[in-house]
Design a protein around this ligand. Structure first.
Ligand SMILES: Cc1ncc(COP(=O)(O)O)c(C=O)c1O
Length: 461
């Protein structure tokens, strides 16, 4: 590698460290925070999950495949449930939803947040009781609202004045009183290690607290007896590590809560502070434990209520990524290995941006490891790319893989449970991979692989 290129690469890699600090041992190591609890290498160096090795999984289910460690998912759900005991934890289904996951979430005692008619249908068809479902969305259709009211959905999170009118009309027509939350924007935007508190809220979601729309929406609902206003809702961002964003948001929401009490004599019994809790995608990420998050969030709500003389409302949160993200890895097969100009090695796998759009869409970082064997070869800097007709079809931007990585190798990418299968596409008419759940030493398909027949079935021209 030429000197200026090494410098450029070092810059790109941030503090991950230059290549010459890596050893073959590092390349084989599984950093625990990146992997589901049930994943280890066996004595032959083959990755196993809940005792099943990935070579056998490939033989039975093919690649690419999303592999879900169900015990890990359940343990993460339970950790949130325990941390927020006495409050409500909604699993945010947009991260990944299928019937098996709905059942697991339900069995672990969580509530469920959905944001479309399709997610609602999935939840109901899996037997989730409707009163434990919250329904989000900035543009729910009349049909979706009707279905939600008819089903008896526990909370509809209203997001616009148009929706308040529509929902009230639907509830009135049915002689029902629908419980709702009002989604507010508090001028806090949080992503990863930073949050920004701004004076205005330039986004499509919610009613602005600063601009007064939130208070107006609350008054409109309080004036209509078919809508039962339970509380305020705020969601500030995603992949958040810095809890101070939640603190600022909670303060602003509770300031509105006090304004409502003073002006209308009503203390709303609930507050929802949304989701967005960060997970580890690389060794550089160090997410907080649910218990620590809960302690901080509950304390700020308690303190702020005390300061404003408010009764402490019931808190709810909506983690999606933090429950399902780390419970899944994607298993790919390497198809080609290309050394480009001594600069970096491109390792092409049999999936790509159709099963994980996050790298292309958000410049997200991921990690990868050769999964079917351990290697004693020196590390090389590699880029894991997909099979799609886009040069931006990147799965893992930078990773140290063993220099002997070769076609036919299995490659595993951890942290792909959230916003991967749920955002998957059929770009280039590539069928979407299955989701294989592993539990108690048994593997089962919970979402089957799409076939070319599935794709052609929609093409009726
Ligand atoms: C309202 C709301 N709640 C919860 C979530 C879940 O976020 P995460 O999966 O990052 O926890 C989202 C994500 O966009 C959201 O918009």
């Amino acid at each position: 590698m030429r000197a200026h290129e090494a410098g450029a690469l070092h810059g790109e890699l941030g503090n991950r460290g230059p290549a010459w600090l890596r050893t073959p041992d590092d390349v084989n190591a599984l950093v625990p925070q990146l992997w589901p609890r049930g994943v280890v290498r066996d004595s032959d160096g083959v990755l196993t999950v809940s005792g099943l090795n990935v070579k056998d999984l490939r033989a039975e289910f093919g690649t690419p495949a999303y592999v879900l460690d169900e015990d890990d998912l359940r343990a993460r759900a339970r950790a949130f449930q325990a941390a927020f005991q006495g409050h409500d934890v909604y699993y945010a289904g947009k991260a990944f939803l299928c019937r098996a996951v709905v059942r697991a979430i339900d069995e672990e005692g969580l509530f469920l947040d959905v944001c479309s008619g399709g997610e609602l249908a999935t939840a109901l068809s899996a037997g989730m009781s409707p009163e434990r479902i919250g329904f989000h969305g900035n543009n729910k259709s009349v049909r979706e609202l009707e279905r939600a009211v008819d089903a008896g959905v526990g909370r509809i999170i209203v997001d616009s004045f148009d929706e308040i009118d529509r929902l009230a009309a639907i509830a009135r027509e049915r002689g029902k009183r629908q419980p709702v939350l009002v989604r507010v924007t508090v001028g806090v935007e949080a992503h990863t290690h930073e949050f920004i508190a701004t004076a205005h809220e330039d986004q499509k979601f919610g009613f602005s607290v600063g601009g007064g729309a939130a208070f107006k929406a609350v008054c409109k609902i309080l004036d209509d007896d078919v809508l039962d206003l339970r509380g305020l809702h705020s969601h500030i961002g995603s992949q958040i590590f810095d809890a101070s964003g939640f603190e600022v948001a909670a303060r602003r929401v509770l300031a509105l809560q006090a304004q409502i009490r003073d002006a209308r004599g009503v203390e709303l019994p609930e507050i929802d502070l949304g989701g967005g809790f960060g997970i580890a995608y690389t060794t550089q990420d160090d997410p907080a434990a649910p218990a620590d998050l809960a302690e901080r969030m509950l304390k700020i709500v308690d303190d702020e209520c005390e300061a404003r003389g408010l009764a402490v409302p019931k808190l709810s949160v909506e983690p999606g990524r933090a429950i399902v993200g780390p419970a899944v890895f994607t298993l790919y097969e390497v198809g080609t290995v290309k050394d480009v100009d001594g600069l970096r090695t491109y390792v092409s796998v049999d999936g790509g941006m159709s099963d994980n759009i996050r790298t292309a869409l958000y410049d997200a970082s991921y990690s990868a490891t050769v999964a079917g064997r351990a290697s004693t070869a020196d590390p090389i800097l590699a880029r894991v790319v997909g099979k799609h007709c886009e040069s931006g079809d990147i799965v893992v931007k930078d990773e140290f893989l063993p220099a002997d990585v070769q076609p036919g190798d299995l490659l595993a990418v951890p942290g792909t449970g959230a916003y991967c299968r749920s955002m998957a596409s059929n770009y280039n008419h590539v069928p979407r991979p299955p989701v294989v759940a592993v539990r108690g030493g048994e593997a089962r398909v919970i979402v089957r692989r799409e076939t070319e027949d599935d794709l052609l079935a929609l093409d009726v021209g």
